[in-house]
Design a protein around this ligand. Structure first.
Ligand code: ASP
Length: 582
């Protein structure tokens, strides 16, 4: 037996007991007549003591030779500590060592294995197994496991069955590029890694499984924007004989269960907002509703005066910054520079100070009366002491820009509180989205999403007006889940593919299996998928997903620890009948 206890569990109650511990050396302190070693494992730290008077002399020598990260096994007696450390659960005791074995020595680690480390990101990733010994990363992984377990508990209690679906499949366009895998046995042919198990979970519904879930890896070969991973994990779910309402209530239940079990937060329900309303009020389809700063549309009260820029804009829209009248001219100029950065892309910004005496002072006083500005204040909900910031331009662009400004300001004002959780359903998404470059329509969610009942004919006359039975779950300004009610009959699916620009041949070639299945009694069905990595990070009060993934990839999609991707040798290439382009 290597150990009788872990390094996190001994306390006063164990004083006098003989114990055995195993773990890693965190630190050695040598005072000459006495040596202390902090021994660490997943559960905590225990102080070991080697004492000239009470320990065999050769043990002190051995203890002195133990370096950081050596793996030790020790035996000894739990004794009361002279100088106690109230910060750790084992802080009142120490173990007086009588048996000592080095199970494995260690090289000096390339960075310190402590809560705050001197190791940069790249170094930590190269030695991720050492990084995982650090509490912040270790705790994140434990937290992830807790969340996953709660998800399984909830879904299992609701009668969901976990079914695995294959990873080697055929390309199923869901908006991103596929990763492909060459087949040796079928030379010249390729599998694709699933962007999600979408078609399989629908086929499980045709197969009568009724309620399915899977915690599953998905693969998307996208240019990696910040904080995305080429492989990520979804909680993927599907149900048969359901309408949108059934799905929303089931997964509202899951979300509330998680908030309660993980954080002890009890929420009654999750508010809902249509896609159109979310864009109008917050400029985003994933608004953070933990704080206000809602948009005021100002066309009627800002146009048809003498200010050409606003007169020519498709939309003039503003928001009130609480207490923003405090900002100095310099700070406002800095904000203007911020919105003009290429990442945001606004041309300029107009501001209105709401003074405490009820008067206004704006950067466009030349064109607008106090009366005009008071109407702006009314539209944006600005109060005395606030600052109104106004942007103008094309509707879609200006809303996005103001939404970015809203989030930035909220961050600076401390309104995005990590311990506060505000979930939101966004519903009634458009079915289609136009690609401005090609003029082609794409499915906004995916091609299997059903239009709202009775809207299929609208596809011919006004495709952009067609709404989908699709919904997103938003948490603190992040999309954490999305799904839809599916098309479940061949004819509608064919119509949909036609509108997405597939020829009947292409549709049959790529999705024949699904449309065939729809002819054998496919039940009405729908589902949702949650991004587990992001969900866990947000529940953990953090924005970055990387430290909640045991072995993440870097921004260029590389695993710097195992050094992948990597070339393969020519024999492998030959077997696959592949030749590299020089
Ligand atoms: N397959 C979808 C996705 O990965 C989720 C769903 O519609 O259930 O986003």
């Amino acid at each position: 037996m290597y150990r009788t206890h872990t390094c996190g569990e001994l306390n006063e109650a164990h004083i006098g007991q003989k114990v055995q511990l195993a773990g890693w050396v965190q630190k050695v302190r040598d005072k000459g007549f006495v040596v202390w070693i902090d021994l660490r494992d997943r559960y905590g730290l225990t102080q070991l003591v080697f004492d000239q008077d009470r320990s065999p002399a050769e043990l002190l020598e051995k203890a002195r030779e133990a370096g950081r990260e050596f793996v030790l096994q020790v035996g000894g007696e739990v004794i009361e500590r002279a100088s106690k450390n109230p910060k750790i659960p084992t802080g009142n005791i120490e173990v007086l060592v009588t048996e000592f074995t080095v199970l494995n020595p260690s090289l000096t680690p390339p960075f310190t294995i402590e809560d705050t480390t001197d190791g940069g990101e790249e170094l930590r990733m190269k030695y991720r197994y050492l990084d995982i010994r650090r509490s912040p990363v270790k705790n994140n992984l434990i937290f992830r496991s807790r969340v996953t377990m709660e998800v399984r508990n909830y879904l299992a209690a609701k009668g969901f069955i976990e079914v695995e679906t294959p990873y080697l499949i055929k390309s199923t366009p869901e908006g991103a590029r596929d990763f492909v895998v060459p087949s040796r046995m079928n030379a010249g042919e390729f599998y694709a890694l699933p962007q999600s198990p979408q078609t399989f979970k629908q086929l499980l519904m045709v197969g009568g499984m009724d309620k399915y879930f899977q915690i599953v890896k998905c693969f998307r070969d996208e240019d990696l924007r910040a904080d995305r991973q080429p492989e990520f994990t979804q909680i993927d779910c599907e149900m048969a004989f359901v309408e949108q309402e059934d799905i929303l209530s089931t997964f509202e239940g899951l979300t509330l269960h998680l908030l309660e079990r993980i954080h002890g937060i009890r929420l009654e329900e999750i508010p809902r907002m249509t896609y159109d309303e979310a864009l109008k009020r917050y400029g985003s389809d994933k608004p953070d509703i933990r704080f206000g700063m809602e948009f005021g549309e100002l066309n009627p009260v800002a146009q048809n005066r003498d200010f050409k820029i606003f007169n020519e804009a498709e939309m003039v829209v503003g928001l009130a910054v609480p207490g923003g009248n405090q900002y100095s001219r310099k700070e406002i100029d800095a904000l203007t520079d911020w919105v003009r950065r290429p990442q945001v892309g606004a041309k300029g910004m107009v501001y209105v100070r709401c003074n405490d005496d009820g008067s206004f002072k704006s950067s466009v006083d030349k064109f607008y009366s106090q009366e005009d500005l008071s109407l702006w204040a009314a539209e944006t909900g600005a109060e005395k002491g606030d600052l109104i910031l106004v942007l103008s331009g094309d509707v879609d662009k200006v809303r996005t820009q103001l939404s970015m400004l809203r989030m930035e300001l909220a961050q600076r004002l401390g309104l995005r509180k990590p311990g506060e959780f505000a979930p939101l359903w966004v519903v009634d998404f458009p079915l289609l989205e136009k690609d401005e470059e090609t003029g082609r329509y794409h499915a906004m969610h995916h091609p299997f999403t059903a239009p709202k009942p009775g809207q299929i004919e609208l596809l011919d006359t006004d495709p952009e007006a067609v709404r989908a039975n699709a919904y997103d779950l938003v948490l603190n300004g992040n999309e954490i889940g999305g799904g839809s009610i599916r098309i479940h009959d061949r004819t509608t699916q064919e119509i949909m593919f036609r509108h997405l620009g597939f020829s009947p041949e292409e549709a049959r070639q790529q999705f024949g299996f699904l449309m065939d299945a729809f002819q054998y009694g496919a039940p009405p069905h729908g589902g949702i998928a949650f991004g587990l990595d992001r969900l866990v990070a947000i529940l953990g009060g953090q924005e970055s997903i990387r430290d909640f993934i045991a072995f993440p990839k870097n921004n260029s999609g590389r695993d710097v620890m195992i050094d992948a991707p990597a070339p393969i040798d020519s024999t492998q290439l030959d077997e696959l009948q592949l030749r590299l382009k020089k």
